[in-house]
Ligand binder design. Sequence first.
Ligand code: BEZ
Ligand code: FE
Length: 307
Amino acid sequence: MPQFNDTELTAAVIQSFKETPNPRAKFLLQELVKSLHDYVRRTDLTFEEWEYAIDFLTRTGHKCTDIRQEFILLSDVLGVSMLVDAVNHRDRDGATETTVLGPFYVGEHKVTPDGTDISATLPGERLYVQARVTDLDGKPVAGAPVDVWHADDDGFYDSQKPSYATQGPSSRARFITGDDGRFHFRTILPCSYPIPTDGPVGEMIMQTRRHPMRPAHIHFLVAAKGYEPLITHVFMEGDKYLDSDVVFGVKDELVAKIEKRTDPVMPDGTKTSEPWHLMTYDFRIKPGEGAPPAPLGVKAEKVGEDA
Ligand code: BEZ
Ligand code: FE
């Protein structure tokens, strides 16, 4: 009967996966065992702490539904989501930086005419967004679908509100770039908002004296044929949480200048009697392929299964 001390045990568990048919799954499992065992050894983890961790993960699982993914939130606040993003986007070659998709991408973006006010029924300071999609040489990418979504003036996404089922999307749309690669739309200034705090992840954030806030931003997903899908946000300059985003998603080049304007006519000729804001941003996408992400509730294929 084999008996192991704490380091021999690690070698034995690694060895137990040696017949795994899928080489990538074998590698991932063996590396996971190494890291987990190392953590237990380095921390001298107690039984109580181990039980707490098991209970925490159990509660995290119980909080998940088709539209709520507490494990992704956990990955986000531990910086794992941004790390996965970073290791998969090491060479940008001048393409726009990426950031997390977030849990409020619901994948029901309707093609919307250029120039639409996507928050027409919502209160808030008015924002005019003018944007352009180019390739790495600065040539316009025409006909590119661009999904856009952001929080309202109270920090909530449409899909978080009960009215979503009856009233449909707001502050959420899909634009198609013109021949010059441009698209533009009107909306309201998004504000900073807390990630959902009514679950175990929020509890951890509060108990560890972190704050739960994300700086104000607009999500963009550019998915043009022949190019890598670009998943990113544009952040509002001056937001007080830019340096302490709870999910570590901010990158300098993703912060846009927001100009305060008082002229009575917006760039598309829309007349306005109130002050408004102008955001201008150019996205650069790189050649490649890949499907845009599946929204929550759509089952991902199992990793490591033999084809
Ligand atoms: C968001 O940007 O919508 C988001 C990202 C990660 C966690 C929670 C919210
Ligand atoms: Fe967001």
